[in-house]
Design a protein around this ligand. Sequence first.
Ligand SMILES: NC(=O)c1ccc[n+]([C@@H]2O[C@H](COP(=O)([O-])OP(=O)(O)OC[C@H]3O[C@@H](n4cnc5c(N)ncnc54)[C@H](O)[C@@H]3O)[C@@H](O)[C@H]2O)c1
Length: 409
Amino acid sequence: MAKPSGDGRIRVGIIGSGAISQIIPLPILRQLREQFEIAALCDISAETMSILGVEYGVPAHAQFTDYRALCASDLVDAVLICPLGTHVPYAIEALKHGKHVLVEKPLTSRIDEADAFVAASHEAREKHGAVTLMAYMKRHDPGYQYAQRLVRPLADKGEIRFVEAHHIHSRNERYMDYFPVIRPSDIPDSARAAARAEHEAVLAAALGPNPDDQVAKCFGGMMGSSIHDVYTLSGLLGRPKSIIASEVWDDGHCWRAMFEFPNGAKVNYAWIDIRDVRRFQQEFACYGPDIRVSLTLAMPFIAGDASTVRVQQMEPSPADPAPYGRHDGTAHAGDIRPGIVVPGGEGWPAAGTAHTEKFVTPGFDNQFKREWQHFHACITRGVEPLVGAQEARDDTAFIIEWARATRGV
Ligand SMILES: NC(=O)c1ccc[n+]([C@@H]2O[C@H](COP(=O)([O-])OP(=O)(O)OC[C@H]3O[C@@H](n4cnc5c(N)ncnc54)[C@H](O)[C@@H]3O)[C@@H](O)[C@H]2O)c1
C-alpha cells in the first residue's frame, strides 16, 4: 500500500481546475487540511491556475498545463481527475505513475476506454498499491445510506416490486450562479475543436452512424446526470438487468424509461429539464411488501441541504387504554380519569393497525466531504474503495445500451 509522504498528509494534484473543482473539492480539501494538502494544479488555462494558486497556496512550479507532467511529478501522492470529456487517459497516466486516483463521473462514454481503465486500475493496485475510487458522491450521502440499509435487504429477497424515480433538473447555471467561478480568457481554440471532435467520435462509437437527433442530444445528459440515478438505483437494488422501454422528447431535454432490476424490481424513471425553475429534485420511492421508503436527495452544491427519508408502514395501535378509563366504564382506584369509556377490549372492534409515517434526516454531513474522508481511509488504512473501476465500466456499458434502446418521440 502506497503511503503518504512528508508530514503524513496526502498531497493532492487536481487535473481540470474548472467550475466543479472550484466549487467543491478545493474548498473541501482546505477544510480537510489535516488529511490532505492541495499540492498541485493542472489546467490548460494558466490564468485559472494563477488565480487559484494565490487562493490555495499552490506555487507556480506546482501549476502544470500538461497533465502528464503532473502525473509524473514527485509533488503529489493522489490525483483528482476532473476535466470535461473522457477521464480515462488522465486516470491511466496517473495510475501508471503509482498515484492514487479519485475519478469524477462520468468516466468515459466509450467502452474500449472503460476496459482499459479497469486493466490499468488492477495493474496499479498490484504494482504500487494505488487506490482507484470513482467519485460517486451520493453513495456517501447519509440519507442515501440510511435508505439503502432499509431497501437493499428487501431487494435482495425479491421484496421490492417497484421504484418510482425521478430527477428534475434546472439549467446548470441555476446552480452555478451562486459561486464565483473563474471564466478564463486563455483557453486555446484548438482545445475547443478537440473537445468537439472527441464528442463526435464518442457519439459515433456509442450510437453508430446517423443516430436519432434527440437521442444524440440526451446521451450526454444520460452519461453526465442520469449516471447519478443509475448508481443510486444499483446501490439500492443491485445491477440493472434490462431496459424495458425508453423514450426522449422535448428536443432531447426530457427522457423516461422503465428498467428491470434483479429479483423482479421494476423502476419507472424520468429525467426532466425544468430549465429556469431553481428547484432540483431527485427522488426514489421504493415499494416493499409492507413498507414504502422514499429517499429525497439533497441539492448537491447547497451546503447544509440534507437528504431525507420518509418511511411509511403499518403498526399495531396501542393496545391498552387503561390509564384513561376502563373498557367497561367502571372506575378503579389509581385510574387517571375514572369512568371514561374508550373503545377497545372485549365487546369492541379490534384496534387494528395504524398507518405511520416517519421523516428522517439521517445526517447533515456533506457527501463530498465524506467521499474525500473515505478516499483517505482507502489510502492510509487499506479500506476497500466503495466504488471501483469495474462498476464505472459497467455503468458506461449500461448507459450506452440504454441510449441505443431509446427512441425519439
Ligand atoms: N459530481 C458532480 O456532481 C459533478 C458536478 C459537475 C461536474 N462534474 C464533473 O466534473 C467534470 C468537470 O466539470 P466542470 O463543470 O468543472 O467543467 P469545466 O469546463 O468548468 O472545467 C473543466 C476544466 O478542465 C480544463 N481542461 C480541459 N482540458 C484539459 C486538459 N487536457 N488538461 C487539464 N485541464 C483541462 C478546462 O480548462 C476547465 O478548467 C466533468 O467530468 C463533470 O461531469 C461532476
